[in-house]
Design a binder for this molecule. Structure first.
Ligand code: AMP
Ligand code: AMP
Length: 338
């Protein structure tokens, strides 16, 4: 089966290098839609057969005829959601890998909460009003780009003091879980009905990951250092092997529940559960991403786990391309694109 009649395309950012490399390794043509000024990176790495320059990522929509002509399958990643509106995707003519109906469920915090709770996943408590705060909380703004502006509050008074810097922004107040953060990367195949553990990472966030370099004495002396959670990179982790059964089950429960709740066969392809593991080994999940996450960039050519399963290079980007290739072979492409 010749897949070189198909082009795999994505926006030049986030995990594009990994996605395009994986697609090339599986024999696809590749196309990168890059913002002016960043083309040279994609050119330099040699992962894109073709690069289209744009001023804004949203120009993607006016390129549709060009993309359809090339028999293009678009692979979504974090920049799609960060820089464009979900509604704009709905009527897109270009083939899109994944289930668009899932986007609404992961991006509306109340739907996300319903999905995780019904899947029997522990989530941090949500406080509906600031007056209810009775323990340390983290306040998160909607649509925050990579943790920007989040803050911690110890009680209601502290909340209102810190809120004075924010006006008219929607937010959620979450119990702050003390433990280590961990991001669990999965891939669920609709073709084989199998769930795979791909890899794990933690984020490298500024400035929370650097506050520990300043002594408590100096922190007081410098007075106002509020923690911030702006992601700048990722750090690989493996977890205690005895945690794997629970992590695997959690992934399965989330997939199973999605089949009930979300139309068109629910969640499939790469996804990520993002949480904190406590000293009691309880795993709390505060977020689900229903697509490739940038933490998987650490694992080209492979993670310790995908090496054990495949015995050859298998990144999440390549796994996506392999799934598309298998679907084309089995005449099932229309099942995994919309
Ligand atoms: P960017 O195109 O770099 O602005 O990223 C788009 C979205 O993906 C933003 O919401 C980022 O916070 C998120 N993101 C980008 N890179 C990473 C990363 N290495 N780890 C976690 N999240 C990321
Ligand atoms: P998010 O943008 O929701 O992925 O969160 C950004 C960062 O905030 C995470 O990497 C965690 O370090 C931290 N975080 C988010 N929610 C919680 C929570 N409920 N408890 C503890 N830490 C959290």
């Amino acid at each position: 089966m010749d897949v070189s009649n198909y082009t795999i395309a994505t926006l030049g950012s986030h995990s594009a290098l990994q996605i395009l490399k994986g697609a090339k390794d599986e024999g696809f043509k590749t196309l990168c839609i890059a913002k002016k000024g960043s083309e040279k990176v994609y050119k330099s790495f040699g992962v894109a057969d073709e690069i289209i320059s744009v001023n804004q990522f949203s120009e993607l929509f006016s390129l549709q005829d060009e993309l359809v002509k090339r028999n293009t399958i678009l692979i979504p990643h974090g920049s799609f959601i960060a820089y464009m509106k979900i509604d704009d995707f709905k009527d897109m003519k270009v083939m899109y890998f994944g289930n668009k109906d899932v986007l609404e469920w992961e991006s509306a915090r109340d739907l996300e909460r319903q999905w995780l709770t019904e899947a029997n996943i522990k989530i941090p408590r949500i406080f509906e009003t600031p007056e209810e705060i009775d323990r340390p909380v983290i306040v998160k703004f909607y649509g925050a780009k990579g943790g920007m502006g989040y803050f911690l509050a110890k009680d209601t008074k502290d909340f209102y003091e810190k809120m004075t810097h924010h006006t008219n922004e929607k937010y959620v107040i979450q119990e702050y879980i003390i433990g280590v953060p961990a991001y669990f990367h999965y891939f669920y195949s609709l073709l084989t009905n199998e769930l795979e553990i791909m890899s794990f990472d933690k984020r490298y966030e500024s400035n929370v990951d650097s506050i520990g370099r300043i002594s408590a004495r100096d922190q007081f002396a410098l007075k106002k250092i509020d923690p911030s959670y702006v992601v700048v990179g990722n750090i690989p982790i493996t977890v205690r092997e005895s945690l794997l059964p629970e992590i695997f089950d959690m992934g399965e429960r989330v997939v199973e529940k999605s089949k009930e709740l979300i139309s068109k066969r629910g969640l499939f392809g790469p996804f990520c559960l993002e949480g904190v593991i406590t000293p009691e080994a309880d795993i709390y999940i505060f977020e689900i991403s229903a697509r490739i996450v940038a933490g998987t960039n650490l694992f080209a050519p492979y993670s310790p786990y995908t090496y054990i399963k495949y015995g050859e290079p298998m990144s999440t980007g390549r796994r996506i391309a392999l799934e598309i290739k298998n679907a084309i072979k089995e005449n099932m492409l229309s099942e995994i694109v919309c």
